[in-house]
Write a new protein. Structure first.
Length: 288
């Protein structure tokens, strides 16, 4: 007899946006910034053609979190919520990296994949990102960031406060709503320990040569949206990834930092093009 599926509450918490026929799964960044992709998910779902699922990655507790654990969670989540239905996978920052890891482990499962502000895959890119971010923070911003260790004991709240400071440095012209969302109770569930555990495994996989080499298994075209002013160097990240993902395209967004849907000038052009790309993808079953 077939096993009964585990309750969804045991897999991942998720918010759902819209009720259209075309399924999109949106992955938040961090790691450990659970719920941070709400604005991206809602922006896609503003088009009534889409049904957008926004899963929250599991919190820390027990064994240290790994990329493989997150990939397994996502696989079970998709099977429980969508079965064999075609869907698009859209990830932001670390979420874009998780999308790539998932696509490499499950080639062809996602009918389309979009990476928004993808994270780094080599030390040169990380050094450039850190240097750019520190320059933008300036002396005052760096001092505020350093003072958080003495001012806030709780690691999750300390990370939330740091995220607001860094978000300003990573943006060009952020809307006020970006910072309201960071502070809104329940909107974003920060997991500092989970972020540290996951990122440690990300770096280990890169040091061991697992990623991005394993991305050669990825099928189908993959699109990168990257802010031209994102401290994460989009062109360099693209150059590293295209060696193993030949069907990778880069769309650079002007007047845009790391989080396009929070940018005053870039938000609408970005969302309009993203929705158009998703509308052109094969996301509906043949009998519909």
């Amino acid at each position: 007899a077939a096993r009964r599926p585990r309750p969804l509450s045991d897999l991942l918490h998720a918010r759902e946006h819209g009720g259209g026929a075309r399924a999109v799964v949106v992955l938040h960044g961090g790691p450990g910034a659970r719920g941070a992709a709400r604005g991206l998910a809602a922006g896609i779902a503003a088009d009534p053609r889409f049904r957008v699922l926004e899963p929250w990655q599991r919190r820390s507790g027990g064994a240290p979190l790994t990329v493989a654990a997150h990939v397994g969670d996502l696989d079970r989540f998709v099977a429980a919520r969508l079965g064999e239905r075609p869907f698009a996978l859209v990830g932001h920052s670390w979420g874009a990296m998780l999308a790539l890891s998932f696509a490499a482990a499950h080639p062809g499962r996602a009918a389309a994949m979009v990476l928004v502000g993808c994270g780094t895959y080599d030390e040169r890119s990380r050094r450039r990102m850190e240097t750019t971010r520190l320059d933008r923070l300036g002396g005052e911003g760096r001092a505020r960031l350093a003072a958080l260790a003495d001012e806030i004991d709780d690691p999750d709240e300390r990370l939330r406060a740091a995220a607001e400071i860094v978000t300003r440095a990573d943006a060009v012209d952020p809307m006020d709503e970006a910072f309201e969302e960071l502070r809104e109770p329940g909107a974003i569930d920060v997991d500092a320990r989970g972020g540290e555990e996951t990122w440690a495994d990300v770096l280990a996989r890169q040091r061991d040569g697992v990623e991005p080499a394993s991305f050669r298994a990825i099928r189908g075209p993959t699109l990168m949206f990257h802010g031209a002013d994102d401290p994460h160097p989009g062109a360099r990240i693209f150059d590293v990834l295209v060696r193993t993902i030949p069907r990778l395209d880069l769309r650079e967004l002007p007047a845009c930092g790391h989080t396009p849907w929070w940018e005053r000038r870039a938000r609408e052009p970005f969302l309009e093009e993203l929705r158009a790309r998703l509308a052109a993808a094969p996301l509906e079953e043949e009998n519909e």
